[in-house]
Write a protein that binds this ligand. Sequence first.
Ligand SMILES: Nc1ncnc2c1ncn2[C@@H]1O[C@H](COP(=O)(O)OP(=O)(O)OP(=O)(O)O)[C@@H](O)[C@H]1O
Ligand SMILES: [Mg+2]
Length: 433
Amino acid sequence: MRLSHLIPLRKRLRRDESALSADEHVAAAAEKRAEIRSLPALTISQRLSVKFPTQRGWLFDAAKRMGFKTAMTMMTDIKADGMSADSLIVGESRGMDELRRLVRHVAPTNASVIVTGPSGAGKEVVARAIHAESVRAAKSYVAVNCGAIPRDLLESELFGHEKGSFTGAVTQRRGRFEDAHGGTLFLDEIGDMPADMQVKLLRVLEERSIQRVGGRGQIAVDTRIVSATHRDLDQAITDQRFREDLFYRLSVFPIDLPPLSHRREDVPLLVKHFLRTIADKKRTVRFTQAAMDKLVAHDWPGNVRELRNVVERATILFPGDMVGAEQIDLILHRRGRTTVAERAALWEATELAAPIILPTPANEPQPAAGGGPLLGDGPIDLKSMVAEFERDFIGEALRLSSGVVADAARMLTLQRTTLIEKMRKYELSAKAA
Ligand SMILES: Nc1ncnc2c1ncn2[C@@H]1O[C@H](COP(=O)(O)OP(=O)(O)OP(=O)(O)O)[C@@H](O)[C@H]1O
Ligand SMILES: [Mg+2]
């Protein structure tokens, strides 16, 4: 769809509407919304231009004429209409067809859905698709990663708190349940929820109301719950780490995602999809048939996320090129570490002007010969060296895991909470990774 399709609408919006009665105004606004809704799904840039109307002066005018609220509703409708199980879930395998069918089947109901499957398989994609296909699509979709939030903050994050209810609660704050009122709350990594919070969550699901931390009254919430975990919850129930009664509440409709290695035929489509989403078209790459065969044959332990990272890596390392099987080998077999040449390409890609000094035999630090003493002549600052080392590794793990703290923690064989503490210490944020 080209933006020119919106022009008749623009003309109509420019008409003086001040003479309309209240009823006519409402009817006109509904008609405009229906007109926009009937348009084919908007591309991301078109949606952005609607969300940030200053980019398109005429749309901003329209928003002013229609009144802010109507304009906001219209924008939310557009956002919701642009997303669907079809546009979000890429893949033509039987597994993906079945998945889209399940999503469409369950989305219109209020049933709690639990999505299970290995890391990076697309559990959050499913949660978004369920929201987009539901009658709640025009309301908020709120995601909470239960494993990444320190246990003592999780209650306030979910249910909110009253001013002064604990040290640091300087203002009253709504919780994520309230934020998702009328919409969908995605509880990610539910298997990592501490036992005391499991009890509280169960009560909320039964009573359909929450109590803010430090609050007295109950606040009714109408929130649809979709949860996800990569853990084996059956085992967690047997080990008494997860409450069986909560499990039954959450898993009215379970969806289990297959790993990417069980639906290899989706790889080419996914590659195409990720290439389409690359903002800088100059960096885009093409893959030879041999390269694509390698990608299809790979085992993908990190599933779709790993495939996305490989495609992104290819566009950074070989912008504008035809990527062959050898380059794919290079990327696939050097997942964590990078060669000097790759590092140089990555630096260049970040457009940092600073010169890159590549280690040469002459300036590369040499290991102590013959297992000699590690300490040289002078004293060293061991503490800060260790801290620098730790910071670098955490940063790298967060980057490789696209900011997913749970994955980074696994790479570093750290407890998630330990990693979060260290991230705080080094002022590293998952988002910036
Ligand atoms: N079927 C799919 N179609 C398009 N993109 C997908 C699909 N599945 C996954 N992705 C993409 O792969 C990446 C990982 O997906 P997602 O975050 O949903 O995985 P996950 O199962 O929630 O992983 P984790 O267990 O690590 O949280 C995201 O960038 C997502 O957009
Ligand atoms: Mg996830």
